[in-house]
Design a protein around this ligand. Structure first.
Ligand code: PLP
Length: 474
């Protein structure tokens, strides 16, 4: 399998060449030259596999420059009961049985990894892939990132203790939830560096951009990232669409739909890839919060990126985006992989505020299964209450956005809503909805009291550069 850019760079690269990369050199995103098709006999065989075996089968179709035995070992080491708490790794939880006019409604639990959000599903694998590839090359990497919560902790728990890797994670001082701060700052691993920046999330992101734009510094200190446009992260997420489908169905004649709480379009783009491979997915429903740039697109064909003044801070903060960084991948496929048009839309027009698709292209969206909806703070609270009363399940605010949007679009097929975080991460919204603290997984009861390892820094590019230079391994 080879990889190409959405914007016309036709240099064909193999998986390990793009593993440690973000954007392609022309500013586009990497995609495989084609999606390997999976036939009915293969689906039947995969139905009986455990999660790690299934992951190996799917990843093997996209990775041909890691020896199969090594890839198998990496996957086996990643998807364990010890890390994910359940033999199914991503078990389904029934919410409501099938009834008049609607199929069964289920949650797929993607949030039982070490940081209680679905980002662990991909990031845990990425940590092992990075360590493997860096050792093979005899190289080291310093990961620099900015986080408002879920991404930073998932990256740190994936990279902690890994040989050849250090993490420098910027977060806005005092702005993350106490639980999220405790999760990150209690890590005592020498290769994990928490920098609490005196500023807001945008300041953190601007510093990361400025440091990365200094190409000399970047090369000298081997700076890399793990953001959601990384192809390996997206690929790892394809697996749980298959795993959810197999648990929800008895034969390959059945179709299911997925509703996906969405921000940067990484999670639901993995669903698109699974569907392109031939998984019998009826609909992929994109659920947004008040930051509804994607819902607007799927309703109207207009992709209107928001300025920071129009980007709302909501109670499902991991979906608070101004533009969706993985969206270009879907539009590339929608336009028949026309690199010139994709480059014009995303290289030029998005920079000027956005674009409106021509009617013929927009008419094809439904054929890819996509639908959408949006949710508000009041919707989240009402959904958390309703689901608790009806099924006894306590859900987090992002998953509530998904459940709300799914309930508005019933169909005869089974609907699987992806559970993207556990409620323990977002206690204040849960208290607002239910009047009580959310349950906490065993072992995390007292984490706020653990000693913290964090360095407070001013919002200064130079101070961050100096810190990285002083602490990066040689
Ligand atoms: C990151 C995140 C999302 C959004 O996922 P995308 O891949 O950016 O669409 C949704 N919910 C939670 C809890 C997250 O951490």
């Amino acid at each position: 399998m080879k990889y190409i850019s959405t914007r016309g760079d036709r240099t064909e690269r193999r998986f390990c060449e793009i593993l440690l990369e973000g954007l392609a050199p022309d500013g586009g995103l990497y995609l495989p030259t084609h999606y390997p098709k999976v036939d009915g006999a293969t689906l039947t065989r995969w139905r009986g596999l455990g999660y790690a075996e299934l992951a190996f089968e799917i990843l093997s179709r996209y990775i041909d420059d890691i020896p199969p035995a090594d890839l198998k070992a990496l996957v086996d080491k990643t998807y364990t009961v010890a890390a994910f708490g359940d033999p199914a790794i991503v078990p389904l939880k029934p919410v409501r049985p099938a009834g008049e006019g609607h199929g069964a409604l289920m949650l797929e639990a993607l949030s039982n990894g070490p940081t209680l959000a679905f980002k662990d599903m991909a990031m845990q694998l990425l940590g092992n892939l990075f360590e493997y590839e860096l050792a093979r090359r005899g190289e080291t990497l310093n990961i620099l990132g900015a986080t408002s919560g879920d991404t930073g902790s998932a990256a740190e728990y994936a990279m902690r203790g890994k040989r050849g890797i250090a993490v420098f994670m910027l977060s806005p001082l005092g702005r993350m939830s106490p639980f999220q701060q405790a999760q990150m700052f209690s890590l005592q691993d020498a290769n994990i560096h928490n920098l609490a920046v005196e500023g807001v999330f945008d300041d953190c992101q601007d510093i990361v951009k400025a440091v990365s734009a200094d190409l000399d510094f970047k090369r000298r200190h081997k700076i890399g990232t793990v953001n959601s446009i990384n192809w390996a992260r997206l690929l790892a997420q394809v697996v749980y669409y298959f795993a959810g489908y197999f648990q929800a169905t008895k034969t390959n004649d059945e179709r299911v739909s997925f509703t996906v709480p969405s921000g940067n379009f990484g999670n639901v783009c993995a669903g698109h890839v699974a569907r392109m491979m031939g998984l019998p997915i009826e609909r992929l429903i994109v659920a947004t919060n008040e930051n509804d740039v994607l819902d607007e697109f799927f309703r109207t064909g207009a992709y209107r990126v928001r300025g920071s003044a129009d980007t709302h801070e909501t109670s499902s903060p991991s979906m608070d985006i101004s533009k969706a960084s993985n969206f270009e991948r879907f539009v590339f496929d929608l336009l028949g992989r026309d690199t010139a048009r994709t480059a014009d839309l995303f290289g030029t027009q998005v920079g000027q505020g956005g674009f409106t698709l021509d009617a013929a292209s927009f008419a094809r969206v439904a054929g890819y299964g996509f639908r959408s909806g949006r949710s508000s703070h009041a919707d989240r609270l009402a959904t958390i209450r309703r689901v608790a009363a009806e099924s006894g399940l306590i859900v987090d605010p992002h998953t509530a956005d998904g459940l709300k949007v799914a309930s508005e679009q019933p169909g005869p097929e089974t609907m699987i809503v992806l559970e993207t975080a556990l409620p323990a991460k977002f206690a204040s919204t849960l208290v607002e909805a239910l009047g009580q603290e959310p349950p906490r997984p065993a072992g995390l009861e007292g984490i706020e009291a653990l000693p913290k390892r964090v360095q407070t820094v001013p919002a200064s590019v130079q101070v961050v550069k100096d810190y990285v230079a002083a602490h990066a391994p040689a």
